[in-house]
Design a protein around this ligand. Structure first.
Ligand SMILES: [Zn+2]
Length: 459
């Protein structure tokens, strides 16, 4: 049972009482509760019980939700680069490597302020569509942290570490750029030092960009630093055939084998994509208990399907991410389910599985199992309410299948992170969403013009 024993005696004060028509608890049994309320004290869930009983037990400082809301734990969005928002809608149809295409704004062109303004848009979008915990890594990690703090997300943030000469990489040749390696590693470690232990809302991680953009020596150095600091590691792995080709030619081994040899492949690693893998690659990745940040929408847009069911069966933990496409994790869940079926898993994967990946999977990979991704007394109060007064959310009979197969991020009506109501009636409570969008629009337009592109839509 998820409901804890009612406190004895007179009605108790609580900070927030959240009412819902139904709640997806997302425990191992797949419990769905009806006509329910959740009492929040501080940053945690204090008690879950029948709405009428809870109304008699608690005197809340404020209330949220209603008899037409569906409650679920906040979603964990495990792989993003929010400043890349600048190229959204512009590069998806040009192929794999827009980063090398003339006329496209490049990451290195972004100032810290520009990265911050774009990161705010990415963070706002994720919050708006029900993500409460996110992983974000790119240049200017301090700008990403500032944006995540302002928007209110629980975040895991790292600086992008790499030492490849990217111009050579574009010609499918490996050449090291040691100065870049030193600079990006220093920036990443400065960020770790600045944010370690400061707040549990921002956790610094180490983000070596990918096996084909980092030398083995740099990867080894990152592995040692992560071990010493007990830091979570984030990277891209087996994302493209080109990555596999470059690493195999350079090191005589496959990317996943390289990651193992340098000491990065283990339970602390969350690896984005994991698409182009052989059975042996999958077995090795799974045996080390690493986590996949599965990006089903992005993969599909590139014509790829990652072998997620096989990875899970091999021992890998599965997490879901939107990777700065649309920030809609419900769309990602639906596409993840479709992807497993396209890849041959048939109906062995269910809505319950993808809900688990979008919550527990991410929580476990980030060291927060039991803390987030579940509705339970003692867990963090990271909550999402969908408005079921929407034609795509009827009929509501059981719950999980309706959310995965029919809901949209736009159905998210309210979001609570760490006990704080950050979205209500679809609107942010702590910042001006219109200003966030306008600022990102202005900076993006300027960056595209600076790159030599004439926008077709007038300012
Ligand atoms: Zn990525």
């Amino acid at each position: 049972m998820t409901a804890s024993a009612p406190p004895p005696g007179a009605p108790q004060p609580c900070d927030l009482l959240v009412r819902a028509r139904a709640a997806l608890v997302l425990d191992a049994q797949g419990t769905v509760l009806s006509d329910v309320a959740v009492a929040v004290v501080g940053d945690r869930i204090a008690h879950i019980g029948p709405a009428a009983e809870m109304a008699a037990l608690y005197v809340p400082a404020r209330t949220l939700g209603s008899a037409h809301h569906l409650l679920m734990p906040g979603l964990v969005n495990s792989h993003n680069h929010t400043p890349i928002m600048v190229v959204r809608g512009m590069v998806e149809d040009v192929g794999f490597a827009p980063a090398y295409t003339p006329g496209v704004p490049q990451g290195d062109m972004l100032s810290e302020e520009e990265a911050y303004l774009l990161a705010r848009l990415g963070a706002y979008e994720m919050l708006r569509f029900g993500s409460t915990t996110v992983v974000d890594f790119y240049r200017h990690p301090q700008a990403l942290a500032r944006a995540a703090r302002e928007i209110g997300l629980r975040s895991f943030i790292g600086g992008r570490i790499m030492d490849a000469d990217t111009a050579a990489l574009a010609r499918r040749e490996w050449r090291a750029d040691p100065a870049q390696g030193e600079r990006t590693l220093r920036e990443a470690m400065d960020f770790v030092a600045a944010w370690s232990g400061r707040t549990d809302m921002v956790t610094p991680v180490l983000g070596p960009h990918a096996p084909d953009t980092c030398s083995p020596a740099l990867l080894r150095q990152v592995a040692e630093l992560a071990e010493a600091g007990q830091l979570i590691l984030h990277t891209h792995l087996h994302q493209s055939p080109m990555e596999v080709e470059i690493v195999t030619a350079r090191d005589g081994r496959r990317p996943v084998e390289l990651m193992d040899e340098v000491g990065l492949l283990g339970p602390r690693l969350v690896a984005g994509h994991c698409i182009h893998m052989t059975e042996a690659d999958i077995a090795l990745f799974g045996a080390r208990g690493a986590a996949v940040a599965h990006v089903p929408v992005g993969n599909a847009a590139h014509g790829s399907v990652a072998p997620i069911r096989a990875l899970e069966q091999a021992g890998a933990r599965i997490t879901l991410a939107t990777d700065t496409k649309s920030g809609d994790m419900i769309e990602a869940m639906r596409m993840a389910l479709a992807a497993t079926r396209i890849h041959g898993a048939g109906f062995t994967v269910s809505s319950h599985d993808v809900l688990r990946w979008a919550t527990h999977g991410g929580a476990a990979a980030l060291g927060l199992a039991g803390e987030i991704g579940i509705l339970a007394p003692g867990a963090k109060a990271d909550l999402v309410l969908l408005d079921t007064n929407a034609p795509n959310l009827a009929p509501l009979i059981d719950g999980p299948g309706l959310v995965v197969h029919s809901a949209q991020g736009g159905n998210v009506d309210a979001v609570v992170v760490d006990g704080a109501v950050l979205l209500e009636d679809g609107r942010p409570t702590r910042f001006d969403g219109t200003e966030v969008i306008a600022a990102a629009q202005a900076v993006s337009r300027r960056l595209w013009e600076r790159a030599g592109h004439t926008p077709r839509v007038r300012a």
